[in-house]
Design a protein around this ligand. Structure first.
Ligand code: 13P
Length: 399
């Protein structure tokens, strides 16, 4: 099983056999070993680079390559079940496998997609014709990634906010995911504007993201840092901007405290928009102006890529907003890591019918290409379907 992956990974842009073998055999002394025991280092302030440092930079750059972005297909089994229910399918392993096979094997997907985030089940799963999903991605020149958080639970002592679980056992899970072929990770936590956000919830979100980032880097995975500021609420765009400034200030404070290497991370922010229930809507130009202002104020240029989530925007809206942000050069690669805004029309077109697989793959490619053009600032919005213009916001959405 690992052998097939290893052979394929050899030809991948980010990996070679020696790196692959390294992941399976003897581990080098790591950053955490030095961090945890200051006496082992020449000075308590000396931080040795992770044994994976060069590879992390290479992986991050590959994912953040021009005209490409991430296909997020890491819905948990429960969320995937909701997607399947929307087209009248049962939430069985076979149905999830059929849908994910359709996605990863869309011909030529790698022209527009540089990375794909998987749920654990998919990382270890085979396609319906018996190839490992991971191998199909690598053949398509797509870097496999893995959702490593364990989901959100209520945060006691807060204003009915939540915190993200998953640090326990994360080092060993990350090492196993690396062996299975994953090269980047995702951890999604959320911040709610209508519920505060309380100082406690922001601090917890930022600290959790930073610990996660340090642990995954230590095990060869590029962390995607995702503090999603939920769309829920009636607030205007200025309030979102204010909260986003606070959240990103804390996230970078704790990333630095945890000695995370900024060149080896990717970010997954929400765009700065008005709340979903706000009466005043914002144009793509306004969203771009606010979001870029936020990024310039808070994100160091050492970070290679900003891969936005879609958060309930319609497919077309998410593409238009991304395009508006790429009308002039940015210090970072500004791209997409969409789930709903890449998959919605594709899922509906498929409808669970084998005879629709080809048409569904074509719709996925249409969206992937549109976002690829938007990454290059060249999307025109012509010829989009009505389905692609439908918003997907769900109040209190859980991913
Ligand atoms: P959406 O693009 O549907 O908001 O998903 C984002 C996400 O975190 C999936 O990895």
């Amino acid at each position: 099983m690992a052998t097939a992956s290893a052979t394929l990974l050899k030809s991948s842009p980010v990996l070679d056999k020696s790196e692959w073998v390294k992941g399976q055999s003897i581990r080098q002394p790591s950053v955490s070993a030095v961090r945890g025991h200051p006496t082992a280092a020449p000075s308590a302030l000396t931080i040795r680079a992770s044994s994976y440092a060069d590879e992390l930079v290479k992986t991050a750059k590959t994912v953040a390559s021009p005209g490409r972005g991430i296909l997020a297909m890491d819905e948990s089994n429960a969320t995937c079940g909701k997607r399947l229910a929307s087209i009248g399918l049962e939430n069985t392993e076979a149905n999830r496998q059929a849908y994910r096979t359709l996605l990863v094997s869309a011909p030529g997907l790698g022209q527009y997609i540089s990375g794909s985030i998987l749920f654990e089940e998919t990382l270890y799963q085979s396609t319906t014709d018996g190839k490992k999903m991971v191998d199909v991605l690598v053949e398509q020149n797509i870097v496999p990634g893995i959702k490593v958080d364990k989901g959100l639970v209520p945060l006691p002592g807060s204003n009915q906010e939540s915190w993200c679980q998953g640090l326990d056992g994360l080092a060993s899970r990350s090492a196993a995911y690396y062996q299975q072929g994953a090269r980047f990770a995702k951890w999604r936590t959320v911040v709610s504007i209508p519920n505060g956000p309380s100082a406690l919830a922001v601090k917890e979100a930022a600290w959790g993201l930073a610990r996660y980032a340090a642990i995954t880097q230590d095990n060869g995975l590029v962390p995607i840092v995702e503090p999603e500021i939920l769309l829920d609420g009636e607030h205007g765009i200025d309030r979102t901007f204010e909260v986003a400034q606070k959240v990103w200030a804390e996230v970078f404070y704790y990333l630095a405290e945890n000695n995370v290497m900024f060149e080896g991370i990717l970010l997954k922010p929400s765009m700065v928009t008005p709340g979903a229930e706000c009466k005043e809507k914002a144009t793509p130009q306004q969203v771009a102006e606010y979001t870029l202002k936020l990024l310039h104020r808070r994100i160091p240029p050492a970070v290679p890529g900003i891969m936005f989530l879609s958060g309930g925007q319609s497919e077309v809206e998410a593409t238009l907003n991304l395009n508006a942000m790429n009308q002039s050069p940015n210090p970072w690669h500004v791209s997409f890591s969409y789930a709903r805004a890449l998959q919605n029309t594709c899922l509906k077109t498929w409808g669970g019918r084998p005879e629709n697989v080809k048409a569904a793959q074509e719709t996925l490619l249409v969206r992937a290409k549109a976002n690829s053009l938007a990454q290059l600032g060249k999307y025109t919005g012509e010829g989009e379907s009505e389905e692609a213009k439908k918003g997907m916001f769900v109040k209190g959405y859980v991913y």
